[in-house]
Ligand binder design. Structure first.
Ligand SMILES: [Zn+2]
Length: 269
């Protein structure tokens, strides 16, 4: 089953009235399930509402680019929702060293808050028995990846992590897989200049990665630069299947199984 393992359906770039159209487009493209991720306390409830749909599940977390808006107890506020059947994992959390610290924030203090929130998300995931979705991003080099990986190493026996929108070299992906984690690939893998990502994706054995859109961002070819949506995970699948030398059907099957094993997809009554 083709699954979009990472999208943001409560984004301001989607109107609530459009959601049924997006879900229908996804269905027509053969997308059987979607995971929509919260990024703050503000979009938590809109995501839960969208996840009332049987084919949509949500993750709860504070995005690293939102930690300055969040109250100090934001992660403990999330703990009230981990038993909700619409919730399938913790996230989106992580480290973002790409964007500069917001106005009035010292860079080091901002990063320390991201690190602190990431650790708290791991604690929450461990106590709830849920897995975790990690974002890392750097301007150059891999500092955010390395810092997030070393925190993950401390929790690897109790929580599994997916490093989403993975764009790093194979040696970095291998570190995640060696720790028992997963990576996921989205639209960037279809970009002309993204040879390294495709090489990484070609090296990943079945069971070690998932597919995603990260919509509304990072639309794959041939929609690059436009608003992304879950249906376009179809393009990611077609493109990566060709590069990996397997059928799209085979890729759909093993990435779908991987997602079903990673997320806790619960029936919603
Ligand atoms: Zn995201």
């Amino acid at each position: 089953m083709l699954i979009d393992s990472h999208c943001h359906l409560a984004s301001h770039r989607f109107q609530p009235a459009e959601i049924p159209v997006l879900l229908e487009n996804a269905r027509l493209a053969g997308v059987g399930r979607m995971v929509t991720l919260a990024t703050s306390l503000h979009d938590l409830h809109p995501n839960l509402v969208i996840a009332e749909n049987p084919v949509v599940h949500t993750c709860i977390g504070i995005h690293p680019c939102d930690v300055h808006h969040a109250p100090d107890d934001a992660v403990s506020q999330l703990s009230a929702f981990t038993a909700d059947p619409r919730v399938c994992a913790i996230g989106e959390t992580g480290l973002d060293y790409y964007h500069p610290a917001p106005d009035g924030w010292d860079e080091a203090v901002f990063r320390e808050r991201q690190l602190d929130f990431l650790r708290q998300h791991f604690e929450l995931a461990a106590s709830a028995g849920l897995n975790i979705v990690i974002h890392t991003r750097d301007k150059t080099g891999y500092a955010s990846f390395e810092d997030a990986l070393s925190i993950y190493q401390k929790y690897r026996t109790v929580v599994r992590a997916v490093f989403h929108c993975f764009i790093g070299p194979w040696e970095n992906a291998r570190c995640v897989l060696d720790a028992g984690g997963l990576v996921s690939f989205g639209g960037v893998a279809t970009f002309k200049n993204a040879r390294e990502v495709r090489e990484t994706a070609a090296n990943c054995p079945p069971g070690s990665f998932m597919l995603e859109t990260d919509s509304p961002y990072l639309a794959p070819e041939p929609h690059r630069g436009k608003r992304n949506e879950p249906a376009y995970v179809r393009h990611v699948a077609d493109y990566l299947a060709a590069h990996r030398g397997e059928s799209t059907g085979a890729l759909e099957r093993h990435t779908g199984e991987t997602a079903k094993n990673f997320f806790r997809f619960r029936p919603k009554d």
